[in-house]
Write a protein that binds this ligand. Sequence first.
Ligand code: SF4
Length: 288
Amino acid sequence: MRTDFEASYYTRLDEGKVRCELCPHFCVIAEGKIGICGVRRNQAGRLMLPYYGMISSIAMDPIEKKPLYHFFPGSVIMSVGFVGCPFRCPFCQNYSISIEFASLVSSLSFFEPQELVDRAIALGSMGIAYTYSEPLIHAEFITEAARLARKRGLKNVLVTNGYINPAPAEDILEHMDAANIDLKSFNADFYSSFIRGKIEPVKAFILQAAKKIHVEVTTLLIPGKNDSDEEIRDIAKWVAAIRDDIPLHLTAYYPRYHYTQPPTPPSRVLAAVDIAKKYLRHVYPGNI
Ligand code: SF4
């Protein structure tokens, strides 16, 4: 782990505490402690980034796997993963890098932002996708990597849960070209009770991003939790009110982490797609 990268987006408080202002959790962190996301630590009264540039995986993926269906279709993009997440989804599909990543720390690889860009060019990639785990909690690193990548003619893609405050979001979006953003539910209680977040900042980020870059939205359908006809209608109507050509991906959940319910039946995903298509021009099933 690194000890020499200081965070942006924080305020020093009394008694050596700091308040991180990157995401809507606004963690107040005592000396020696780490925020909810697991990657931003108070070291001697300064907010530091022990996981700056620490990459959990790099792979060349079809852009459709992000999923982005309306952004350079048919292309392949270098995709990089980090560790940590501000949410605690009991059904997390990537929990080993997002929540319980302690056993992985010794296997992470350090990249300077420029090294990541050089790797993308060497691989012949059209850009860099910041994905697999939640990239926004690594705002400082991805902003710098994306700035350098754009200078070399590469595209930058975010795959994110959208949990970020408006000011840092603006700094990141400045360098991005496209994003797939999760809207995990249209129910505030789902966010607050089930995954320990808030829905309004996510909706605000989708609106903010859609004004600046290409955006597609994904909802992972969890049987009995967020897949009612009414909730699908609410999601589709809300996205359509931004623009009815924003693609919506409705994807099947598979049992992972603490959640053992059976996977979403393909028939349920396809029925949800039919509902959403009444409001949106591009709705796609996923994971079936
Ligand atoms: S980014 Fe991490 S440390 Fe900062 S407020 Fe969010 S969860 Fe807390």
